[in-house]
Design a protein around this ligand. Structure first.
Ligand code: FAD
Length: 571
């Protein structure tokens, strides 16, 4: 009788690799170095990272209330969803980055920016140790320390290699602007080298064999960009190489885009196959060597040795060393990302908050709630609920999962209302038949979606905004003499001062090349085709961080439509 539509979340997996400073070393640095102190009497907030999480936090924070410092090894924000477009020159690298200082100034924020890498979070002393990453400055004194009252950790993640042999040495990654530029140069180098007169056919084919490992959104978008770059632009300039180009996508799961709706995943596979992109699903990569990759087809056990000219590795996210070290201090060693509660407070570490790809909300509460709801549904006599039980179940669901949109189909709704009206009129007991299996399915879908919050810009930005609002609110309470200890329990009542963070899933795009894209909306809606690509253009233009980048990006797209992509290999 009832249906549920849930707005969903996806997942992020990580491996821990750490080689950091030992604690005594870091303490020595902290005491040796000039520890920044605020003379304003305001609480000191240190933000690590200038990505989606960090910048969203800063943009929404009332910076007059705190002494704010931001630390990151890069002094700009990157609009990561357009990184694959940089690999083909559809968009210039400069068009998708914005200097942090400019963002901060345009928003009228009073914050200090330090271009440095945090190498140690010293939780016991509420200090972060940072290192100047520039080549300039004194070579003997590269480290400094900052003390904090509140620390916002938004350092993102690295690429996960799953410790596969040869990946670090031979593969390209696609995380940063310089990665995208390196990939573009590498593609053009392969074409130029393959065009040289002395190159034999076998070598030419190898040079023009492009391999992408990972069939997630980034791998698929890159494959689509590469295909368009080669077929729309490069083959017009290198027509003699037409028969030698090969693009291969290697994916460990059974389908590409397997976190998307099945219709999108199938459409993408069929489109790629039609266009000559070799999609190898169900494959486990065994190792990468110079010029060749070894993988095993899981279903047949067959071993494949595939030569390549260029290879891109895009298989999920890994843990940054500084986070691995931090986790070891706060008894979170067995985790892959920092565990936070629903108020984004890092577990076992007072005064610290984790947002974006480096953290995830621990889901114990959700699992407990779901089993409670199962019990409630099970005790209801094979699905027959009294009106009171029905109302109770609905109330529980509504309270605990506000992100679930409960909907009743019109005819069912009418049925329920008629039943209720009859019961009231006759003064008799009424009951409602509930499809328990449907109910359970809906709840477990929400549970699995909530267990794995996606590692996306959407989540990071929403978390940054949420946390900034908590911080803005927290200080108002300080003024009215309440404890300024952040989102905490109000003693005795078991209630929280702030609503927990709730992720609003706005859907996800998958650009598939050839001016076609797919869009999965919350609920069960899917849109695929050319009009979706235009929607993609409008959404991504509107989401730009400034009018400068918006103008540049739109200009780049227009330029590409008239003149094609640039194919010069500038060193
Ligand atoms: P980031 O944005 O990665 O920022 C991390 C920041 O921390 C950076 O400023 C970095 O310099 C800094 N930092 C790193 N180490 C340190 C340190 N030791 N000390 C201090 N600072 C440090 N998501 C979507 O929602 N939609 C998309 O279409 C999409 N496309 C993507 C395409 C690509 C190619 C990639 C790589 C990602 C894409 N994502 C997309 C995912 C999205 O970019 C991430 O989920 C998002 O960037 C996470 O934000 P963050 O703030 O956690 O980390």
């Amino acid at each position: 009788i009832l249906g549920f539509a849930a707005s969903g979340c996806l997942g992020a997996g990580v491996l821990v690799v750490f080689a950091g400073e030992s604690k005594p070393q870091a303490q020595a640095i902290a005491s040796d170095s000039k520890v920044a102190k605020a003379g304003t009497g305001k609480k000191r907030v240190v933000v690590l990272g200038t990505g989606w999480g960090g910048m969203s936090f800063l943009k929404n924070l009332d910076s007059t209330l705190y002494d704010v410092s931001i630390v990151a090894p890069r002094n700009y924000f990157v609009f990561t969803p357009l990184l694959p477009s940089v690999t083909s020159g559809s968009v210039e690298a400069r068009s998708i980055i914005e200097p942090v200082r400019r963002i901060v100034r345009s928003k009228g924020k009073q914050v200090q920016f330090h271009e440095a890498e945090c190498i140690k979070i010293d939780a016991a002393n509420k200090t972060v140790v940072c290192r100047d990453v520039s080549q300039m400055g004194p070579s003997d004194k590269k480290e400094f320390a900052l003390q904090y009252d509140y620390l916002v950790v938004a350092v993102g993640a690295t690429t996960n290699t799953f410790d596969t042999k040869g990946v670090l040495e031979y593969c390209h990654f696609l995380k940063e602007v310089y990665d995208a530029e390196k990939i573009k140069k590498s593609i053009l180098t392969c074409f130029e080298s393959a065009s040289l007169p002395h190159v034999k056919e076998e070598v030419r084919k190898k040079l023009l064999s492009f391999v992408i490992v990972g069939g997630g959104p980034t791998g698929v978008e890159f494959a689509a960009e590469l295909h368009d770059f080669i077929h729309d632009d490069l083959l017009n300039l290198y027509p003699h190489l037409h028969n030698d180009v090969k693009i291969t996508l290697v994916q460990s799961g059974d389908h590409i885009l397997n976190t998307y709706d099945e219709r999108i995943s199938k459409y993408a596979e069929q489109k790629f196959t039609r266009e000559g992109i070799h999609v190898n699903t169900g494959c486990r990569v065994l190792g990468v060597q110079a010029g060749a990759i070894d993988f095993k087809i899981k279903s047949t056990g067959q071993l494949v040795n595939l030569p390549y000219g260029m290879i891109v590795w895009s298989t999920g996210i890994g843990t940054r060393p500084v986070i691995a070290d931090f986790m070891s201090q706060i008894e979170q060693n067995d985790r892959r990302v920092l565990a936070t509660d629903e108020w984004l407070r890092i577990k076992n570490c007072e005064g610290t908050f984790g947002i974006g790809d480096c953290a995830s909300i621990e889901q114990r509460r959700v699992v407990e709630d779901v089993s409670y709801l199962f019990q409630l549904a099970d005790k209801t006599n094979s699905g027959r609920l009294t009106i009171e039980e029905f109302v109770e179940v609905m109330e529980q669901v509504r309270q605990r999962y506000p992100q679930i949109n409960i909907y009743m189909e019109r005819q069912h709704m009418r049925g329920v209302l008629e039943l209720l009206a009859d019961a009231i009129k006759d003064g008799r007991q009424a009951s409602i038949q509930l499809d328990i299996d449907h109910f359970k399915q809906a709840i477990s879908k929400v549970d699995s979606q909530m267990k794995s919050m996606p590692a996306t810009a959407q989540v990071a930005a929403q978390q940054g905004e949420y946390l900034a609002h908590c911080f803005n609110h927290m200080t108002a309470e300080v003024a009215s003499h309440m404890a300024p200890e952040g989102p905490m329990r109000i003693r005795g009542k078991g209630r929280h001062r702030f609503q927990p963070f709730q992720y609003q899933h706005l859907g996800q795009f998958a650009p598939l090349g050839g001016e076609k894209a797919a869009y999965e909306l919350p609920g069960d809606w899917v849109s695929i085709g050319r009009s979706t690509q235009w929607l993609w253009y409008s959404v991504y233009a509107s989401k730009q961080v400034s009018w400068r980048t918006r103008t540049l990006v739109v200009f780049d797209w227009t330029k590409r439509m008239f003149f094609g992509r640039d194919s010069s290999r500038v060193e």
